[in-house]
Design a protein around this ligand. Sequence first.
Ligand SMILES: Nc1ncnc2c1ncn2[C@@H]1O[C@H](COP(=O)(O)OP(=O)(O)OP(=O)(O)O)[C@@H](O)[C@H]1O
Ligand SMILES: [Mg+2]
Length: 285
Amino acid sequence: MDNVTRVIEEGRPEPERIGTTPAVQAEALVKHYRSRSGVIEAVRGVDLRVEAGEVFGFLGPNGAGKSTTVRMLTTLLSITSGTAHVAGVDVAREPDAARRRIGVALQEAGLDPRQTGRELLVLQGRLFAMSPREASARAEELLSLVELEEAADRRIKGYSGGMKRRLDLASALVHEPEVLFLDEPTTGLDPASRLTVWEEMRRINARGTTVFLTTQYLEEADQLCDRIAIIDDGRIVREGSPAQLKAELRERQALASDPTLDDVFLDATGRTRGRVAGDVQEVSA
Ligand SMILES: Nc1ncnc2c1ncn2[C@@H]1O[C@H](COP(=O)(O)OP(=O)(O)OP(=O)(O)O)[C@@H](O)[C@H]1O
Ligand SMILES: [Mg+2]
């Protein structure tokens, strides 16, 4: 059975290339921003390894350093120190080669409202050196993948938030990247649109693309991710499969039943339910 058939039959791809080149590898990654009020240490020595074929979840509270890490891994931001490779390519040394292997949908989608969805995708294909014919065939394929065929020839300014997200996702896939980075792809979406995006992520992953996903929704991470890492204040504080992390907390706190990933997150980041609910009193873990 070939890989594609196996993936379709089993629904979820195995991270089968374990031991070979990881999809993402970061070592001692650091980012300092310089501002008037001094240096902000946004990322303070992050090590990450994501295997090819995985859906990897990157979680953390607001301001923890998720987007900063994603921007460094995707060549959009310089690295203060440490190294990062995507699909075996050093992102600082060979940014162009790295860019060809990755797709990125950022937290704020940068779409031109005057274009139509189809125009945007065709242009994107042309930027990746496709012929006009190839670019328009690829656009057609992607419009169908993200279920935007009917809106394809309307201007983006008339799209809903969910449609824009899906178009942005499609545009990150034009050149068939090996690794897809999604920074909060479902924030602000209604439950139905969120499910559509989940379906798309699963479909994209089943075709062999590694997915690196940041999200605020722990339920989403639990449903979609093979492994997750939680970052807090620029440092990784937990890493493992959702099941491993829950089991570890259950054992450590001698709980009678399995905790949720929310409980794991709150434990890892020193937040308590009271504080999250708006209680001003800080309680450390
Ligand atoms: N361009 C910048 N200049 C200065 N400081 C920045 C800049 N971008 C981010 N920061 C700071 O770096 C830290 C990490 O920010 P980052 O955007 O990576 O967090 P995040 O985990 O993505 O948060 P969110 O969940 O809100 O998206 C924060 O303290 C933030 O204020
Ligand atoms: Mg962010």
